[in-house]
Design a protein around this ligand. Structure first.
Ligand SMILES: [Zn+2]
Length: 200
């Protein structure tokens, strides 16, 4: 599959799909960095994950909280793929997750959209083990907590919010639905942008 280099918000993304996920993270107000770090894997491989999500405040926690210091940023690593990863792609992510103990590394597969539609889903690796089923992003409708669902179907009963414990997590909050729609509808300009005030 051919990737189209895409310019969005001051950054060149290797593919349009990655840029769309960047739009999604921005809309969800999830702090992230794009390709911030190269990891040395065994057998001399170098691997640069696409995104690092950072939890910088209690209500923008992407997926996990450091139990020893709940307000310290915890890095979550994400590799975006248009379809299910190949064995080699999976090996890199699995190996990285083993090298970073207790750190979640994810494949985000497909377009930013409600999970379980058109092949989209999230695969989680932790300590070298893959969660066997695809997951999706969820949000608390009350406090705004953002996380990755443990449910594997849209109809499954969701967990209670681990933050406020006062509502059930949802795949379809207003903010999530809007962020998916915005990410899919964004028209990217041809780089380089001549003036910042140029709009299509
Ligand atoms: Zn909540």
């Amino acid at each position: 599959m051919q990737s189209i280099q895409t310019f969005y918000n001051g950054t060149y993304y290797r593919s349009r799909l990655e840029a769309r996920w960047a739009v999604f993270f921005d809309e969800m107000k999830i702090p992230f960095e794009y390709e911030p770090k190269a990891f040395k894997l065994k057998d001399k491989y170098t691997y640069i994950p696409d995104f690092c999500l950072l939890s910088s405040s209690p209500d923008t926690v992407p997926t996990q909280v450091d139990p020893h210091s709940p307000h310290q940023p915890v890095a979550v690593w994400i590799e975006v793929k248009p379809k299910n990863p190949t064995n080699k792609e999976a090996w890199k992510v699995e190996t990285l997750s083993r090298q970073l103990p207790e750190t979640e590394v994810f494949f985000f597969i497909g377009q930013p959209t409600k999970p379980f539609a058109s092949g989209h889903g999230i695969l989680k690796f932790l300590n070298g083990e893959v969660h066997p089923l695809k997951q999706g992003m969820v949000q608390c409708p009350k406090c705004g907590y953002i996380g990755i669902s443990t449910a594997t179907q849209i109809t499954d009963e969701q967990d209670f919010c681990p933050d406020c414990q006062d509502a059930t997590l949802s795949f379809e909050t207003e903010q999530l639905t809007f962020a998916y729609a915005t990410a899919q509808a964004t028209v990217f300009p041809d780089p380089p942008i001549p003036h910042e005030d140029t709009h299509e």
